[in-house]
Design a protein around this ligand. Structure first.
Ligand SMILES: NC(=O)c1ccc[n+]([C@@H]2O[C@H](COP(=O)([O-])OP(=O)(O)OC[C@H]3O[C@@H](n4cnc5c(N)ncnc54)[C@H](O)[C@@H]3O)[C@@H](O)[C@H]2O)c1
Length: 386
């Protein structure tokens, strides 16, 4: 159990932290539910200029504001959750940082990589916590998968295959027209979650080569895309995404995270190692019984794990960060790195060229490693894999 899960029970007697939500739409309302479940936090205000937002604030019984700055002046919250449309994240994130208020910004961090980088640097310089809402990292099953991979249960990771396919109905797009517009396609809105998890589980991504097809429904974005990923440790990955394919193979329909999605017993990622393989989220470990040999029997073991709601865990963690008890699990810089990969996928899909991450973003993805150092890392990992 992570420390932020402990804090929910252990801190019951403390003065609750006063949290505000800007953007009380689809995911904002889930954050309000999460705040209600975390014992040392309370929702103190909602910012959302829409009539629907005002109605939700009334239903929740909290003060409503149509403007973020006005809410900050009136309420001085201890922390702010930004679950507004992505194009507003940078501007509103800066308002929170300038007021010195820790902020949890929904994914993707921004719709523009350069602006996102400026925002993250601003947070780092001001020493104000900026977290990005890649909540899946707070799922106990991801902690378990991470633990096994780091421990070497499957040996050296050689390849990963990730699928993110589902069908979003027309009503989803009609309900919030920004979802049809440039920057809100499945690469940006959905794939960024999966990229974040692949980085977390398999390591940094060095280069991408991608293809995308325009929306068959006539929206401004792609509706199917695929990318070939090269990892720092030498592993190779493939990932495909679509919001217009009828299929069960996505995190949403396999992780049992949110009851709105039907559940299946399928999986979304297959992570292949030199000693075994792991499928995620069902956490099935595959290995040969006696020796590594495709002619000897191979068997599957289910990895036991806890279950808890990652959005609640994320909120408890945000509270712990505000109190100075934990460091951000998904910092602004982590969100920036995942955004940089997504940006590189977009660039590659447009240009049909291989895109190197360092060229694409300059965020120090490879932490300053030279090409020869990287070659050495890949060679070392290849030796381990033998
Ligand atoms: N973590 C996740 O799993 C997850 C899931 C869905 C969406 N998201 C992200 O959350 C963000 C919101 O997505 P959504 O689907 O909930 O959108 P939504 O359209 O349902 O909700 C956005 C809300 O923001 C409000 N808003 C607009 N302008 C505003 C302003 N200036 N100030 C305050 N509120 C304003 C809108 O009225 C609306 O209620 C996006 O960045 C999206 O990518 C994350």
């Amino acid at each position: 159990m992570a420390s932020s899960e402990h804090s929910n029970a252990a801190n019951a007697a403390r003065t609750p932290l006063r949290l505000a939500i800007a953007g009380i739409g689809l995911v904002g309302q889930r954050h309000a539910d999460a705040i209600a479940q975390v014992s040392d936090t309370t929702l103190c205000a909602v910012v959302d200029p829409s009539d629907a937002g005002k109605a939700v604030a009334e239903r929740l019984g909290v003060p409503w504001f149509d403007d973020l700055q006005g809410m900050i002046v009136a309420q001085a919250p201890d922390g702010i959750i930004l679950s507004t449309p992505t194009k507003l994240h940078v501007e509103q994130g800066a308002v929170c940082l300038d007021a010195g208020i820790p902020v949890l910004i929904e994914k993707p961090l921004a719709d523009d990589l350069g602006a996102a980088r400026t925002l993250v640097e601003r947070a780092e310089q001001a020493n104000v916590a900026l977290l990005v809402g890649h909540h899946r990292r707070h799922n106990p099953l991801i902690r378990k998968a991470h633990e096994h991979i780091k421990r070497g249960t499957i040996g050296a990771v050689r390849a990963v295959q990730a699928t993110c396919w589902f069908y979003k109905p027309d009503s989803y797009f009609d309900a919030a027209p920004w979802r049809k517009q440039v920057g809100a396609g499945p690469i940006s809105v959905n794939l960024v979650h999966d990229i974040d998890l692949l980085r977390h589980l398999c390591g940094e991504i060095l280069s991408v080569q991608a293809q995308a097809a325009p929306s068959a429904r006539g929206y401004e974005n792609e509706d199917v895309a695929a990318a070939l990923l090269r990892f720092e440790n030498g592993a190779i990955g493939t990932i495909t995404v679509s919001d217009s394919i009828v299929a069960p193979w996505s995190w949403e329909m396999t992780a049992h995270e949110y009851p709105i999605y039907p559940t299946t017993s399928q999986s979304a990622y297959q992570i292949g190692g030199s000693q075994g393989s792991l499928s995620v989220p069902d956490l099935t470990l595959w290995s040969h019984n006696e020796c590594r040999d495709w002619w000897t029997p191979i068997s599957a073991t289910s990895v036991p794990r806890d279950t808890s709601d990652p959005l609640i865990n994320q909120m408890a963690h945000f509270a712990a960060v505000i109190r100075g008890e934990e460091a951000p699990l998904v910092s602004g810089r982590e969100g920036l790195r995942s955004l940089a990969v997504v940006d590189a996928i977009q660039k590659s899909a447009k240009s049909n060229a291989l895109v190197h991450l360092e060229e694409a973003d300059g965020t120090g993805i490879c932490r300053g490693k030279s090409t020869s150092q990287l070659k050495k890392t890949i060679e070392t990992n290849a030796k381990i894999a033998k």
